[in-house]
Design a protein. Structure first.
Ligand code: AMP
Length: 339
């Protein structure tokens, strides 16, 4: 591999990774993806669909392939812009697994065995493969390969980000300063959206009651049905707060979809019943998601367009990855690859 001249990014680098697992829901959109889209002007954004992570649990190959295309189409439909961000599939870029190997040689086994997510997933399986244990090391490599300064992570991934910081520090200490220490990116805006059927639980795709979850690809009539049958609270007052988890959730959704404040919305619906209020929420969600769905429907049929996005994303990602890998290999003591 040839050394490529050092490139100085002008904007801070953000890496976001998503597993290609099925459909995105309203919580993903309002709580995360909308914000990732807003970051594209201020950061150099790498966005990886991490298909190599997806095989750490049992999977069906044909489904993984379809989900990877679908995942790309959904994120683009939600506003991730391939002309401003680098959207790539992890398996298209040489370097993730190579760096993971090197980082793994600095990582105590016990630290991996203590990872909460590993313990949770391992408990649910009859036998545990090494890939599942190694998952956080691969995630550390995903981040460090691009020298990402910030990484948007949910609570369940914070421990993995800590490991990435530990491994970066270890590498820097053992071989000399190489990696920046990545910081978690927690956005000030972004709403936590709760289940429509149990407003004390987060909206989730794994909810067995599918009436709880609005998907970004749901048609208007499905959205209307789900919102109109959402659980509300005793009384008929439309206000957020104590004793009103159902109404608070619907107000949060309406506020996120319209950009209006909760107090402004409370004033509008003062004296009106839940029926009018829910209708307004349903129409606002439809107005927000309809353009997303239409864009998705178009994109998912256009395999060539999706391939072209993967190609251009992987080209940029690969250049950065080679640059990091060349530096790392040299510091570790591997001989230079003959030209
Ligand atoms: P997941 O679907 O758990 O892989 O999460 C993907 C992203 O969406 C993460 O940044 C989560 O924090 C965010 N997210 C997932 N569910 C919700 C929700 N119900 N409300 C807000 N954000 C969510």
């Amino acid at each position: 591999m040839s050394e490529i001249a050092e490139k100085k990014p002008t904007k801070p680098v953000v890496l976001t990774c998503a597993q290609p697992t099925g459909r995105l829901h309203l919580g993903n959109y309002l709580g995360a993806v909308l914000n990732w889209g807003r970051m594209q002007d201020d950061y150099e954004c790498y966005f990886g669909i991490v298909d190599q992570h997806a095989i750490t649990v049992r999977h069906v190959p044909a489904e993984l392939r379809e989900n990877t295309y679908s995942c790309l189409a959904q994120y683009v439909a939600c506003g991730l812009d391939p002309t401003r961000s680098h959207l790539f599939a992890q398996s298209h870029v040489i370097g993730h697994t190579e760096l993971a190997w090197i980082l793994g040689c600095l990582c105590p086994l016990g630290q991996l065995e203590r990872m909460t997510q590993f313990k949770d997933k391992a408990r649910k399986q009859e036998s545990v493969d090494a890939g599942l244990l190694y998952y956080p090391v691969l995630m550390a490599a995903d981040i460090l390969l691009y020298n990402a300064e910030c990484v948007p992570v949910g609570d369940d991934q914070k421990q993995h980000l800590e490991l990435a910081r530990d491994l970066a520090e270890k590498f820097n200490h053992r071989y000399s300063e190489t990696f920046k220490l990545p910081e978690p990116f927690t956005s000030k805006v972004g709403s936590r959206i709760m289940s429509l059927q149990d407003p004390l639980a987060k909206m989730s795709k794994s909810d067995p009651n599918q009436a709880s979850t609005v998907y970004i690809t749901d048609r208007p009539e499905e959205i209307r049905k789900k919102i109109m049958s959402a659980v509300t609270d005793s009384g008929s007052e439309v206000r957020a707060g104590e004793g009103k988890p159902g109404v608070t959730n619907l107000l949060t959704i309406l506020s996120a979809c319209t950009g209006r404040s909760l107090s402004n919305l409370e004033a509008e619906f003062s004296g009106k019943g839940y029926g009018d209020f829910k209708k307004a929420v349903a129409e606002a969600v439809i107005a927000t998601l309809d353009p997303v769905r239409l864009r998705y429907d178009e994109l998912i049929k256009d395999r060539d367009a999706l391939q072209a996005i993967f190609k251009s994303g992987a080209e940029v990602a690969q250049k950065t990855a080679y640059r990091t890998l060349a530096k790392v290999n040299r510091k570790v003591g591997f001989v230079e690859r003959p030209r």
